[in-house]
Each structure stands twice: as C-alpha cells, then as structure tokens.
Ligand binder design. Structure first.
Ligand SMILES: [Zn+2]
Length: 74
C-alpha cells in the first residue's frame, strides 16, 4: 500500500486530494484554494464561484438556491 502518512482530504473547491488546508462547516478547503479565495476580489466572477461552492456546504442554511445541496449536507 501507499507509504504516505496521510491521504489528505478532498478539497471541495478544486476536488483534489490535499493534505494542507482548512475545514469550513465540516468541509475541507485546501490551502491553495483558501489563498485564492482570500486574494480574489469580491467583484470578480471567480469569487462568486467560490461563494457558491461554499454555500452548498453550510449546514441548515436557509439560502434560496440550495435545495438539493442542502438536503445532501444536512
Ligand atoms: Zn482546493
């Protein structure tokens, strides 16, 4: 089997397995994506994409566009 100490976790933004990152609402975001998010201007389309990805994860959120994702993560 693999000799790596940790397989890491799947980043919910880029969908890659990473070992370093943060956990938000119980979901993993790799350090690279976290950097991208904090360094992206809120007016950029890319930022909106990140926000959407994050919104899907928030448990118990009453947000509108959430129907399916909300059921998944509740
Ligand atoms: Zn990532």
């Amino acid at each position: 089997m693999a000799k790596r100490k940790s397989p890491g976790q799947r980043c919910i933004i880029c969908d890659r397995m990473r070992e370093i990152g943060i956990v938000v609402w119980g979901r993993f975001i790799c350090a690279e994506c976290e950097q991208e998010i904090v360094s992206t201007d809120t007016s950029e389309l890319r930022y909106q994409y990140y926000v959407q990805r994050l919104k899907r994860l928030r448990p118990g959120s009453a947000d509108d566009s959430l129907s399916e994702a909300q059921r998944t993560y509740l």
